[in-house]
Each structure stands twice: as C-alpha cells, then as structure tokens.
Design a protein. Structure first.
Length: 72
C-alpha cells in the first residue's frame, strides 16, 4: 500500500487484479474531530500504472493506494 504524502521510488504496473486510489479532503463538518475525510477517487486495473509521482515530478504520493482485488 502506498500512503498519500509518502515517498515512492517505483512505478507499479498492474498485471492482474485491481487497486483503488483514495484522497484526503478537508471535512466540512466542523464538529468532527477528524479534519479530513478519505474519499475514493478511482479504481485501476490490468495495464494501469501508479506510483510515478516521485520519479517524474519529485513530489510525495498524491494518493493512498490499496489493493482491492487480487484477480478479476
């Protein structure tokens, strides 16, 4: 799993299965102690790539990436 704001030194190519990208956004509920909510952004599958932020743009990961399916 890649964490938003973390560092990655690799580009990942999905050979099979699926991953989901999540992004933290500010919460509009000011009574909530957690100032950010995590929202699903995109599902990626076979042939898609991720993790290129650090290598191409020299910036931290823009998304948290979690494996959601090993095979499709």
């Amino acid at each position: 799993m890649l964490k938003e704001g973390g560092e990655s030194n690799s580009i990942y190519i999905i050979k099979e299965g699926q991953v989901t990208l999540y992004k933290k956004i500010p919460s509009l509920n000011y009574t909530d102690k957690n100032l950010f909510k995590t929202h699903k952004v995109l599902d990626l599958g076979k042939g898609d790539i991720f993790g290129e932020d650090k290598l191409f743009f020299n910036c931290p990961n823009k998304y948290t990436v979690k494996v959601t399916s090993i095979k499709l």
